[in-house]
Design a protein around this ligand. Structure first.
Ligand code: CKX
Length: 606
């Protein structure tokens, strides 16, 4: 169990969540002098930077953009004296990839893992009613012992540089919101929920973990504010008559309010929106509320101009509007869990989310998109002396992701790795541990999967038996036999699909990636690779194959929008497989997909 509560920060009668977003002082430790100069007591900088944001794209100096090492952030904050007597925390939504936190020069916490929240307990360290100096050292080096994987080299001029084993830019910094929280000493710590639908009625099973003892009561209210269920005690059921179910693209959210009391006195109160729905896999079908669904949508990134991977609430809103316009109903949080606001929006808009842990780059290659796309380059990633340390970080991220996201109705599945080297015999015990932890932690026992690249073929992949549904990332017509050879790409694709079919897995398949790099500036008849006409041709070819296999129960194109990557010969200022540009305007393929997705019913191929 985690040492701190992952509950989303809220304000209530007994809880205060103060946002510390805004401008922080900022300094990069180019000369690695922060220790000698004692920056933990003060970074001595006038440079102000926005939080949340990645630091890279604000500056005009390439040495800053490509900086690898320690980035220091600092802010002076008054901790209100009204917080005295409560437990007081600093909550970081994400510090990429590791952080040390100091309060008034004293180390108060640290964390490794750049895409999930962590809390630092400052109850005994804060000066109440006075200004406190928060100083954070954020390190963005990549290693093979933390996810996502990569390595860090040193250039001839002494500067460090990251070499990701993944295809997105190594944006870093304080990329999500920071809060100052006060939580009662005896408090609600965690909430587990699961659902059962019986005809028109539903049962919400719950289990509440608390810190300290107290009497628990629960009230469930519908969207009109009417009481839909009441219960007492730490564990039990709420019976809901005539339940409004959370449905795909037609969400219904109840508000669950939890109170913890000691006699008449209110110790803690916490409210959250929940959706009543079930998720299960039956044979080749994915069922939501017992009915088969077909997934249409995207692999995405948190990526936008200027703020990089920093949570961008405007881009988020635009993305949901575009996903609705195009007829999508789902997305995968490739390749890391996203900001919590995005799941809250998905809950409200009725999108299905495949939630992915940041386990990407578990395949040693600096051009992983080429090696993985074509089936070359596998070594023995899970047989290294460092593998046990990597596994520990991976399990930690799985625990944090599931604890954080388990109560979102939008989350219908866990993706536990992206394009790992599942051909290595040692991948099997590694995967078994990851898959079994996810099962143990999820009160709803949602389906688990991992996204497989071309090396993970029907005959070579050793781990697909662990997946509840099979997720394929396939690039026929792009990395494999692109351009004029597309006719052979289709044949090769069909022959792989026939191999899968012959395995009789009796599981649903989803294409979690497919597509082609496309420049929004390029049009050409007849088509050439990189032109918009070619992107359409590839999609038409792939859709033909998807449509001819009944067990294919979803398609999530790569990618929603063009995104930033490490620079290189194969990347024109980023990966251009977006259906939308990075500025969120449509390429031609957006209209092709809109026509297709609006015509495919939710229960397509049921
Ligand atoms: N899949 C064959 C992982 C994504 C990449 C995508 C690409 C690869 C392809 C692997 O993170 O961006 O190359 O476009």
């Amino acid at each position: 169990m985690l040492s701190y509560s992952m509950l989303y920060p809220v304000n209530s009668d007994r809880r205060t969540s103060l946002s510390l977003d805004g401008l922080w002082r900022f300094r990069l430790d180019f000369e690695q002098v922060s220790g000698k100069e004692n920056w933990k007591c003060g970074i001595k900088s006038d440079d102000l930077i926005p939080v949340p944001a990645s630091f890279q794209d604000f500056y005009t100096d390439k040495k800053i953009r490509e900086f690898t090492g320690d980035a220091w952030y600092e802010k002076d904050v008054t901790v209100p004296s009204s917080m005295k007597g409560s437990d007081v925390f600093l909550r970081f939504g994400a510090a990429t990839h590791r952080a040390e936190v100091y309060l008034n020069g004293e180390k108060v916490g640290e964390n490794e893992g750049g895409f999930l929240p962590f809390l630092v307990d400052i109850t005994e360290h804060a000066r109440y009613g006075e200004q406190n100096k928060i100083t954070v050292r954020v390190n963005n080096e990549l290693t093979e012992t933390n996810i996502p994987c990569g390595r860090t080299i040193t250039l001839s001029d002494g500067r460090k540089m990251t070499k990701p084993y993944f295809d997105f830019y190594n944006y870093s910094g304080l990329q999500r919101s920071v809060y100052l929280l006060s939580v009662p000493k005896r408090s609600i710590f965690d909430v587990d929920l699961s659902y059962e639908i019986n005809g028109r009625d539903a049962v919400v099973r719950y289990s509440i973990k608390t810190k300290g003892e107290g009497d628990i009561s629960l009230t469930l209210k519908d969207e009109e504010g009417n009481i839909a269920g009441l219960a007492n005690g730490k564990e039990g059921c709420l019976s809901v008559k005539d339940a409004h179910l959370w449905q795909v693209r037609s969400a219904y959210l109840y508000t669950l309010s939890i109170e913890m009391r000691d006699g008449d006195s209110l110790l803690d109160d916490y409210s959250m929106e929940i959706g009543i729905r079930t998720v299960e896999i039956k044979g080749e079908n994915i069922l939501i509320n017992g009915s088969p669904v077909y997934l249409k949508g995207f692999g995405k990134h948190e990526d936008s101009d200027i703020v990089g991977r920093g949570f961008n609430i405007g881009a988020m809103k635009r993305d949901f509007e575009l996903m609705k316009w195009i007829g999508a109903n789902s997305f995968r949080t490739s390749h890391y869990p996203y900001d919590e606001t995005i799941y809250r929006m998905a809950d409200r808009e009725g999108f299905m989310v495949i939630d992915e842990v940041p386990a990407v780059g578990l395949f040693e290659s600096l051009v992983n998109f080429l090696d993985a796309g074509t089936g070359k380059g596998a070594k023995s990633f899970f047989s290294k002396p460092t593998t046990p340390v990597l596994l520990k970080s991976h399990l930690k991220a799985v625990e944090e992701m599931i604890t954080r996201d388990k109560n979102h109705p939008s989350v219908i599945a866990w993706s536990l790795l992206n394009e790992p080297e599942s051909t290595d015999p040692n991948s099997v015990p590694y995967f078994e541990k990851v898959f079994s932890l996810a099962h143990d932690l999820d009160p709803e026992k949602r389906p688990r999967t991992f996204a497989m690249e071309s090396n993970s073929s029907p005959s070579r992949c050793r781990c697909h038996h662990l997946s509840d549904f099979i997720s394929l990332n396939r690039y026929y017509g792009w990395y494999i036999l692109g351009g004029n050879e597309i006719v052979d790409a289709e044949k090769k694709f069909i022959s792989e699909m026939e191999e899968w079919k012959n395995l009789n897995l009796n599981k649903p398949f989803i294409f979690t990636e497919y597509g082609a790099d496309t420049l929004s500036s390029e049009h050409k008849i007849p088509s050439v690779m990189w032109s918009q006409e070619y992107q359409d041709e590839v999609l038409q070819m792939l859709h033909r194959v998807f449509d001819s296999y009944g067990f294919v129960k979803g398609e999530q194109i790569w990618n929603f929008a063009d995104f930033q990557t490490t620079e290189g010969l194969m990347r024109v200022n980023g990966n251009k497989k977006g259906v939308f540009t990075r500025q969120r305007q449509p390429k031609d393929s957006a209209f092709l997909l809109k026509k297709r997705w609006e015509s495919l019913p939710l229960n397509y191929k049921a």
